[in-house]
Ligand binder design. Structure first.
Ligand code: UDP
Length: 239
């Protein structure tokens, strides 16, 4: 009998950069297809999955602000980038026969539905993958904060943060061979040690709502499912 998943409902946060594969910009469809297959595996385990994708592979608001432009407009552009990525993921999921809905924090009814907590919960209860697009809908925030916010709103049991490496390390494992991976940390330790796994606002929001953060490698095929089954490599951030 397959192992019972550790979590019933989760939010997965993937950065926009994770979608660009070896390219310097944009979307590598084969990478999005692979992430979609991991989500399909989680659904097959019976786990309800919400997804927040960043936009850094296309645009970040600070790029405008750093050149003397208007930060708010830059952030609007960044939020639009997350919608592009969300539509790409929906396309990859539908190729696999996984029903997925994009709910945007910014209304754009020709492209996707608008976010509401009630609608999101109804879709998740019905077993659809819900992709939360448009970040929080507000400038000066990040998609990390959007992921923690949506996780709290939909009552997720855990927030999965897909990163470049398989957990939180004492130093950058790509530069320092003596770096050690933490099995477990508290939210407060992550904030106090300045371990840059997500922005501080996101970690504080997760802490306040008792949501564990699971840091794992988004690049390892099957990694998401393995952790859900209690087998994969990751760092668990929980109080
Ligand atoms: N953004 C925003 N409000 C939000 C989420 C995102 O203004 O609630 C903008 C911001 O400009 C940000 C960009 O969208 O730089 C892309 O999001 P993020 O940097 O979080 O993407 P990631 O680094 O995860 O790819």
């Amino acid at each position: 009998m397959p192992a019972k998943p550790q979590y019933r409902r989760v939010v997965l946060k993937a950065s926009g950069e994770a979608l660009m594969g070896g390219q310097g910009f944009g979307i590598d469809v084969s990478v999005v297809d692979r992430i979609a297959s991991d989500i399909a595996e989680a659904r097959a385990l019976g786990v309800e999955v919400g997804v927040v994708i960043g936009g850094g592979n296309i645009f970040r608001g600070v790029a405008v602000a750093s050149k003397g432009g208007d930060r708010v407009t830059g952030d609007h552009m960044g939020m639009l980038a997350t919608v592009i990525n969300s539509l790409a993921l929906r396309t990859s999921l539908s190729k696999l026969g996984v029903e997925a809905i994009v709910l945007s924090a910014i209304a754009m009814p020709e492209l996707c539905e608008s976010f509401s907590q009630r609608q999101a919960t109804a879709y998740m209860n019905a077993g659809k993958v819900v992709i939360f697009a448009g970040g929080t809908g507000n400038p000066f925030f990040t998609t990390d904060s959007a992921a923690a916010l949506r996780a709290a709103e939909i009552g997720a049991d855990a927030l999965f943060k897909g990163t470049q490496v398989d957990g939180v390390y004492s130093a950058d494992p790509k530069k320092d061979p003596t770096a050690e991976r933490f099995e477990r940390l508290t939210h407060t330790e992550v904030i106090e040690r300045g371990l840059a796994i997500m922005d501080t606002a996101a970690i504080a929001l997760a802490r306040e709502n008792n949501i564990p953060i699971i840091v794992y490698s988004i690049h390892e095929q099957g990694g998401f499912g393995a952790i859900l089954k209690g087998e994969g490599r990751c760092t668990t951030v929980a109080d």
